[in-house]
Design a protein around this ligand. Structure first.
Ligand SMILES: Cc1cc2nc3c(=O)[nH]c(=O)nc-3n(C[C@H](O)[C@H](O)[C@H](O)COP(=O)(O)O)c2cc1C
Length: 344
């Protein structure tokens, strides 16, 4: 419908749109108190100085984390470049997708290296994290080739490594890896040797309370939840192989549950302040999910998105930039007029 800016037309538009603008009670978002009295409207110019979030030796300008996605193909390269440029424009931290395809026979393969080599697009003032699966870490340790990760990080000018834990995904992937050691044994051995920052994450299934506590005790720099409720790589692999849907695909934990697990394992407010950083992710549909989870734990100051950003990045750089700008403006708006309820 064409909108008129003329005032009398606006009045007519109101009358015409009355029925369409009813919000059903069932659509109400129960997570917030709406406080219309104490905020101000944000402006685009505020985007640059609204947030300062410490991450490694950097200061992020917004709490949105670009979660691990891609690389290893022409399309992946284009998406990584667009994501890196968006990160630079808005001051965001960025993760690469699995770099497995460029680690081969103890060396870094030149072929497809450029798909991941986005530091020049990101600039020098923001964090870039490489990404590898736990199965590759097990393999590197077995072959005593763990030094290769350091070469990878320096070639990519990356600041650290994200290790994804994905037993379910590997199980459903036709050509998937099988673990000979438990991921915990592998991570314990690897963490003791790594001289660079580590982040641990799942790939869309979340992490249960015992595993989450064990990960925290390995003292990584951060843990990204990658919870159940959004893109799920086990399901994706099972769709790729057109297998029947397996009930194992629906097991896992959402972000609120994972926050609760941490709170129950560390009941004292004081001890929560010394936990690793947490990135709430997996099923974040928009800024309002982000707004809800931010600061539910003292060190939870970022929320991550993959699927939603991948869609826009695959379409065009302009669409990606517009999308992020709208999301961050709305996040600012929500911080002015909403108070969230606390997850216990
Ligand atoms: C296209 C795409 C590729 C992904 N590739 C990786 C990957 O290589 N490594 C990884 O750790 N996670 C990968 N993920 C998982 C995401 O990092 C994230 O944990 C998961 O998608 C849940 O977030 P979402 O609901 O916002 O998509 C990928 C996700 C998408 C959408």
């Amino acid at each position: 419908m064409k909108m008129n800016t003329d005032s009398s037309q606006r009045k007519d538009d109101h009358l015409e749109l009355v029925s369409a603008s009813i919000v059903e009670k069932s659509q109400k978002d129960h997570r917030f108190f709406y406080e219309p009295l104490f905020g101000k409207h944000p402006r685009k110019k505020d985007l640059n100085n609204c947030w300062r979030i410490p991450f490694l030796n950097y200061q992020l300008k917004a709490p949105l984390w670009i979660s691990s996605m891609t690389g290893g193909s022409e399309k992946g390269r284009l998406i990584n470049i667009r994501l890196a440029r968006a990160a630079k424009k808005f001051g965001l931290g960025m993760a690469l997708g699995s770099c497995r395809s460029i680690l081969h026979e103890g060396k870094i393969r030149e072929e497809r290296f450029e798909d991941f080599h986005v530091r020049s697009h990101l600039g020098d003032n923001l964090p870039l994290m490489a990404n590898i699966g736990i199965a590759q870490i097990e393999e590197l340790l077995n072959k005593k080739e763990e030094g290769l990760v350091e070469n990878l990080l320096s070639s990519l000018q990356a600041d650290g490594l994200i290790i994804h834990l994905n037993p379910m995904q590997e199980w459903f992937q036709t050509e998937g890896d099988r673990y000979d050691k438990t991921p915990f044994e592998t991570l314990k051995e690897f963490s003791a040797k790594a001289t660079y920052p580590l982040i641990f994450k799942e790939v869309g299934q979340g992490i249960g309370p015992k595993s989450l506590k064990a990960l925290i005790e390995l003292r990584p720099y951060a843990i990204e939840f990658a919870s159940l409720g959004g893109t799920n790589f086990s399901k994706l692999e099972s769709l790729r192989s057109s297998k029947e849907q397996d009930p194992l695909l629906f097991v896992g934990h959402d972000i609120a549950e994972m926050i609760s697990f941490v709170k129950k394992s560390y009941p004292q407010e004081e001890e929560r302040k010394n936990l690793p950083l947490f990135i709430a992710s997996g099923g974040i549909v928009n800024f309002l999910d982000g707004a809800y989870y931010l600061q539910q734990l003292p060190t939870l100051n970022l929320y991550g998105m993959a699927g939603q950003l991948a869609k826009r990045a695959a379409s065009s750089e302009e669409e990606l930039f517009d999308y992020i700008e709208r999301e961050l403006l709305s996040l600012m708006m929500s911080s002015q007029f909403l108070e969230k309820k606390i997850i216990e």
